[in-house]
Design a protein around this ligand. Structure first.
Ligand SMILES: [Zn+2]
Length: 334
């Protein structure tokens, strides 16, 4: 059975190197370890390790990736080369970082950032704008980058509402919540993908729905980092588009991401009727492709002879795939 390949709309490939690392504490303690891992990256290491990780993505049924990248320009070029080597479509979502984090994440001005985006585009790399977060980018950066993305027709991805502390800091500094600040700064539109939105309130989700933006959910990473539960039911009520990402790459399995989305909502609501398998598969492929401005990306095939699917009636195969299989039932389709 042939299906559209899965699209991984949010990936930080270098974080694959942190799997199994026990940092304890909370998200912020993990973040210190993540920054240390980021600081040791070089273009050579990125080329080697990203190629390996992208091959893992490919083997798990992802045929396109949105690499949310904040390690520097030479490393961005290396990531694009790694994708080519691994045979995966890539949209390079170049991070903009004004403050905090590591020095290597940062540009000196929005103009320098826009020059970097232009340089990647000139090299023939499919790019998107990615102001890292409202923590990392103040309103003047958001405004300038939002304007540039809009005028160039580029997608814009941004982390928002992943952790309660981020919301509290945004309220203290700006008097509004993160997605409200994105709306005020011209960063919310139909080409916007908000990553996580875990702690978004109803007003923020209303703004996102009005703008026609999407949310990228990364359930296995959000679980691992202790972020909380995605507001899946409230996103569905508003008809907000949802795509998935492997994010920290603690797990690489699109079926597991989709299953977690639905089954977490079931646990929270004591209901079992949020999305059918076809809708979830659409989140895993078409919605991600739209978020990455992809017109085409390779298909995959499902091994119907696999032991996980043996004896399943043909009308039940999609549900059995999403709710009862791992990525080992998926095959590359040439
Ligand atoms: Zn991320």
């Amino acid at each position: 059975m042939i299906l559209p390949g899965f699209v991984n709309a949010h990936c930080h490939a270098f974080q694959r190197g942190l799997r199994g690392r026990r940092t304890g504490g909370d998200f912020w303690v993990w973040r210190d370890a993540m920054i240390a891992e980021a600081e040791r990256q070089t273009p050579e290491l990125v080329l080697e390790r990203y190629t390996d990780t992208y091959r893992e993505l490919r083997a798990a049924g992802y045929t396109a990736v949105g690499e949310f990248h904040y390690l520097g320009l030479a490393e961005a070029n290396a990531a694009a080369r790694a994708a080519k080597r691994a045979g995966i479509e890539i949209t390079l979502l170049l991070g903009a970082y004004a403050r905090g984090g590591s020095e290597r994440f940062r540009q000196s001005s929005p103009a320098e950032y826009i020059d970097q985006v232009a340089e990647l585009r000139a090299a023939g790399i499919r790019v998107g704008c990615a102001p890292h977060s409202v923590r990392a980018c103040p309103p003047d950066w958001l405004e300038e980058i939002g304007r540039y993305a809009e005028s160039e027709g580029l997608v814009l991805h941004v982390h928002a509402d992943e952790q309660p502390r981020e919301v509290e800091e945004c309220l203290a500094e700006h008097g509004v919540r993160p997605i409200e600040l994105l709306a005020q700064s011209g960063c919310l539109g139909p080409r916007t993908t908000v990553v996580h939105a875990t702690h978004a309130d109803d007003r923020e989700l209303d703004l996102l729905a009005e703008a026609g933006g999407r949310v990228c959910l990364c359930p296995t990473t959000e679980a691992n980092l202790g972020d909380g539960f995605a507001p899946f039911e409230r996103l569905r009520e508003r008809g907000i588009g949802i795509c998935i990402g492997s994010d920290s790459n603690i797990r690489i399995d699109p079926l597991e991401e989709l299953r977690e989305l639905e089954t977490s909502a079931r646990r929270l609501s004591l209901r079992r009727d949020f999305c059918d398998a076809g809708t979830l598969l659409c989140f895993g492929a078409d919605e991600g492709a739209a978020a990455l401005a992809l017109n085409s990306w390779p298909d995959i095939s499902v091994d119907l002879g696999h032991r996980s699917l043996a004896g399943v009636a043909s009308e039940d195969v999609l549900d059995a795939l999403v709710f009862g299989c791992g990525a080992d039932v998926l095959r590359e389709s040439y």
